[in-house]
Design a protein around this ligand. Structure first.
Ligand SMILES: Cc1ncc(COP(=O)(O)O)c(C=O)c1O
Length: 346
């Protein structure tokens, strides 16, 4: 069966198998591989009530040399561990996390897109959730960890680096100042879904969230981090309520390599006027240039009070950063940082 990955977007597409393990009374089971995607769960499991859930997303690529690479999976384990610690629930240790990701790739080998399929990849979605039956408000004692996969394109379909529009969210916040925004919890996404739906209905690709305390500085997009280029600087917000993006972390390294000054600091909405290039970045979106940002008092209100405009194509500095990251992921450039984990078929 020949899959046309150029027609795929960033969505769920069926694959062969998932891999799961449970942690009961503090002890992790051996991983189980199954082609039954319907898990059996107790309806009192904590995940259904108190959203005891955190998840990850990482990509697997077939390189120009035919070898299969997984991008920075250790960073995903560390971030999942930080989320599980925040939720006071067990987290899969590094060796189990890595082993289950590798198994999931091997079991779904035929869904790793060919090298030629541009920005397509096998996307892994590791999910950790509260498993034991419970009623009162407390953290889950037991957990289930599942790694699943989908052969995906980008959010914008076949074309990468397709610019999109964004709108500033002034009447919906993603994360509280001292809240959970810095962890990849399912609950954070539940918080943003309604606002996202409004933005999408209005035709915007992205929603730009501000700090919830003052609504004066930029936090991140609903699906990704924010970064801007101004002259020789790579500028990205520094805030404990922003998800620490692995893509952004990698881009900062590459930016330094290119001699850019990396500024990780408070970024004010007013500064949007002065930026040369504005982008969203993340595993799913890779780098998506933003060509316009609208500012409105309320998402539902038709009045646009300010409009920040950028080029209709990816800026030259962002393009260079993109090429270097994709080059490492697809084996076109030397992986000087040791970011890729190679996987053999079996
Ligand atoms: C809210 C949010 N911020 C940032 C990111 C980017 O993080 P990463 O680069 O680790 O995928 C994502 C996507 O995973 C996200 O959902």
């Amino acid at each position: 069966m020949e899959i046309d990955y150029s027609k795929r977007s960033f969505s769920y597409y069926p694959t062969n198998a998932i891999v799961y393990a449970t942690c009961i009374d503090g002890k992790w089971s051996a991983p189980v591989v199954t082609n039954d995607f319907n898990l059996s769960l107790h309806c009192f499991a904590g995940v259904f009530h108190y959203a005891s859930c955190c998840f990850e997303g990482l990509k697997v690529f077939r390189g120009v040399d035919g070898r299969v690479r997984m991008f920075r999976p250790d960073e995903n384990q560390k971030r999942m561990k930080s989320g599980a610690d925040y939720l006071d629930m067990p987290a899969p240790p590094m060796d189990l996390f890595m082993d289950m990701c590798i198994r999931c790739v091997q079991e779904n080998w035929e869904y790793i897109p060919p090298y030629e399929s541009a920005s397509a990849s096998l996307y892994l979605r590791p999910v950790l959730f509260g498993y034991n039956p419970q009623l009162g408000i407390h953290s889950a004692d037991d957990a289930m960890f599942v790694v699943m996969a989908s052969g995906v394109g980008t959010y914008s379909g076949a074309k990468s680096l397709m610019p999109g529009t964004a709108v500033i969210s002034r009447n919906y916040d993603r994360a509280a100042t001292f809240g959970s925004g810095g962890y990849k919890l399912g609950a954070n996404y539940a918080q943003s879904l309604h606002a996202y739906n409004i933005a999408h209905r209005l035709g915007y690709r992205e929603l730009l969230f501000l700090d919830s305390a003052t609504h004066t500085h930029i936090e991140e997009f609903g699906s990704s981090n924010f970064f801007a280029i101004k002259g020789n600087s790579y500028i990205t917000p520094d805030s404990s309520s922003v998800l620490p993006s692995i893509t952004n972390k990698s881009l900062r390294k590459v930016a330094e390599e290119f001699g850019l000054k990396v500024e990780r600091r408070t970024v004010y909405v007013e500064e949007l006027e002065s930026f040369d290039e504005v982008n969203s970045c993340g595993t799913a979106v890779v780098i998506t240039p933003i060509c316009r940002i609208d500012d409105k008092p309320a998402l539902e209100d038709g009045t646009v009070t300010r409009e920040f405009k950028y080029a209709d194509e990816c800026g030259p500095v962002s393009r260079k950063l993109y090429d270097r990251i994709i080059g490492i992921q697809k084996g076109l450039e030397e992986d000087t940082y040791g970011w890729c984990t190679f996987i053999n078929e079996h």
